[in-house]
Design a protein around this ligand. Structure first.
Ligand code: ZN
Length: 298
C-alpha cells in the first residue's frame, strides 16, 4: 500500500501533468470505485467541463481540485494514475478515464479494485467522510512537538497501533511507523503515557525526518515517473528497520527482529529500542521482583 511519501509524490507528479487541463468526458467501467455520487452517470456528468486547478494531498488521500468540485481519491492497495495520449491502447484493469480537451487522458488503473473516489463541491469535502475525521498532518505546520504531545501523551495505547491510527496522525503506515520508532529508539510496545519529554522530542524529530527524507527521495525521482508510460506508483526508499528482519542494525550491529504488534508485522533493533519493563516480564513468564528482595544466585 502506498504511504504518505508515495502519495505526496503521486500528487506532485499529477499536479505537473494535469493542472490546467479541462475534462470533456469521463468513462467509468467499474462503478464501485465511485462512492459518491452513487450513480456513475451523475459522477461523469458533473465532471464534464471542469478544469483541474491543482492536485493536493491530505493524509493518504489525493485531492483533485477543480473549478467547482473536488475529487477525493484513495489508491488503497494498488491504485495508479497515468497520463496517456488518447490513441494509446487502454491497459486492462483501467476502471476510470478522464478525457481532456487536449487529446490526453488521465487513466486510473487498479488491479485489486480497492481504490475509491468521492466527488464533492468545493469545501464540502472537509465536513464529510473520508476527510472530516483525519488527524494531524505530520508534514504540515500545525504538527509541532506540542501538538504531538497534546494529542498522544495521555493515551495508554501502545505506540505502534497509536501512530497507525489516522484519527490522531494521518499518513503514517506500517513502514514509516517502524522507521520512525527505530530512529527515535522507542519500542513499539511502549505505551504513549510512559514517554518522557526527551522521548517525545526524539519521536517528533524522527517522524518529520523519516517522512521528509522519503518525500525528498520521491521528489527527486519524479522525472523517471513522468518518462516512459507516464505511470506513477510506489518506489523503494532506503529503509533502516522495515523489511530488514535478520539483518544487522546499521547503528549497533544487533540483529533486527521481526514480530507482530497489533496484528502488524513490526521490525525493531532489540538493543536500540529497549523493551518496556512490563512487556519483558510478561514475555519471560514471570512477575517482576518485589522491591527489596534480592535475586537468588545458584
Ligand atoms: Zn541497534
Amino acid at each position: 500500500m502506498p504511504e504518505l511519501p508515495e502519495v505526496e509524490t503521486v500528487c506532485r507528479t499529477l499536479n505537473q501533468l494535469v493542472a490546467g487541463k479541462t475534462i470533456t468526458e469521463v468513462t467509468v467501467s467499474l462503478p464501485r470505485i465511485i462512492r459518491r455520487p452513487s450513480e456513475p452517470v451523475e459522477f461523469a456528468g458533473a465532471l464534464a467541463g471542469q478544469t483541474i486547478r491543482s492536485v493536493e494531498r491530505r493524509g493518504k488521500f489525493i485531492r483533485i481540485v477543480m473549478d467547482d468540485l473536488i475529487l477525493v481519491s484513495h489508491l488503497r492497495m494498488e491504485g495508479r494514475y497515468g497520463v496517456y495520449p488518447s490513441d494509446e491502447p487502454v491497459e486492462t484493469h483501467t476502471h476510470v478515464i478522464f478525457h481532456f480537451t487536449d487529446g490526453t487522458e488521465l487513466r486510473y488503473k487498479d488491479v485489486r479494485q480497492f481504490g475509491t473516489m468521492d466527488l464533492f463541491t468545493r469545501g464540502e469535502e472537509w465536513v464529510m467522510p473520508p476527510l472530516n475525521k483525519l488527524g494531524l498532518e505530520p508534514l504540515g505546520e500545525a504538527f509541532t512537538l506540542q501538538s504531538l504531545r497534546e494529542t498522544l501523551s495521555k493515551r495508554t495505547t501502545k505506540l505502534k497501533p497509536l501512530l497507525l491510527d489516522q484519527a490522531y496522525i494521518v499518513g503514517l503506515g506500517n513502514i514509516y511507523v517502524d522507521e520512525a520508532l527505530f530512529q527515535a529508539g522507542l519500542h513499539p510496545e511502549r505505551t504513549a503515557d510512559t514517554l518522557k519529554a526527551a522521548e517525545w522530542s526524539k519521536l517528533y524529530d524522527a517522524i518529520r525526518d523519516t517522512l521528509g527524507r522519503a518525500v525528498e527521495a520521491g521528489g527527486s525521482s519524479i522525472k523517471s515517473y513522468v518518462n516512459g508510460q507516464g505511470e506513477m506508483g510506489m518506489f523503494q526508499h532506503s529503509l533502516l528497520a522495515y523489511g530488514r528482519g535478520g539483518e544487522p542494525c546499521q547503528t549497533c550491529g544487533t540483529t533486527i527482529e521481526k514480530f507482530v504488534v497489533g496484528g502488524r508485522g513490526t521490525h525493531i533493533c532489540p538493543k536500540c529500542q529497549p523493551k518496556p519493563r512490563n512487556a519483558s516480564a510478561q514475555k519471560a513468564g514471570r512477575q517482576e521482583r518485589p522491591k527489596g528482595s534480592s535475586p537468588k544466585i545458584h
